[in-house]
Design a protein around this ligand. Structure first.
Ligand code: HEM
Length: 135
């Protein structure tokens, strides 16, 4: 399985991998709970699922539209007060949840592709911290 087959499996599964991710992330990082106090977590899991498709597209193709989307997303996170230090735990927990979701189909190679894709997306989002991007 490669990263594009992985994103297809995540998008087409009824279990919503991202629901499981937020559960794990907030259990492991109670310091992050304050930011989600007024957030509808069902919607949030759907937003993140779609963002994973964008992250995969940005990793494979570096489209201008995906780059701009991620910069705007970064500016929005800055405005919500999300600390930069939470991005690494967020990435690690996302990788661990993906591994759990894919089971036997999870490989070192797939883990490496997702790690690079998430890191690239994070770098782009953080550009939206130092400069303001809007839709
Ligand atoms: C690769 C990293 C990340 C991605 C791709 C991502 C993705 C998203 C997306 C797509 C949304 C919905 C955006 C919108 O409504 O316009 C969102 C909202 C949010 N994210 Fe992230 N996120 C990331 C990192 C983080 C981190 C590290 C935190 C730390 C706690 C975080 C906390 C939040 C919160 C609290 C909201 C909702 C804010 C609100 O609606 O009031 N995110 N994120």
């Amino acid at each position: 399985m490669d990263i594009s087959e992985s994103v297809e499996a995540i998008l087409s599964d009824k279990r919503v991998m991202c629901d499981l991710f937020y559960k794990r992330f907030l259990e492991k990082h109670p310091e992050a709970r304050q930011y989600f106090a007024d957030v509808d977590m069902t919607k949030q899991a759907n937003f993140l699922t779609i963002a994973l498709a964008i992250i995969e597209d940005h990793y494979e193709h570096e489209y201008q539209a995906t780059e701009h989307y991620l910069k705007v997303l970064g500016t929005r996170h800055r405005n919500w007060g999300i600390p930069v230090e939470l991005y690494a735990p967020f990435r690690d927990c996302l990788l661990a949840t993906m591994a759990e979701f894919h089971g036997d189909e999870w490989t070192e190679e797939l883990a490496g592709q997702w790690r690079k894709a998430i890191e690239k997306a994070t770098e782009t989002m953080l550009e939206g911290y130092s400069q303001t991007y809007i839709y």
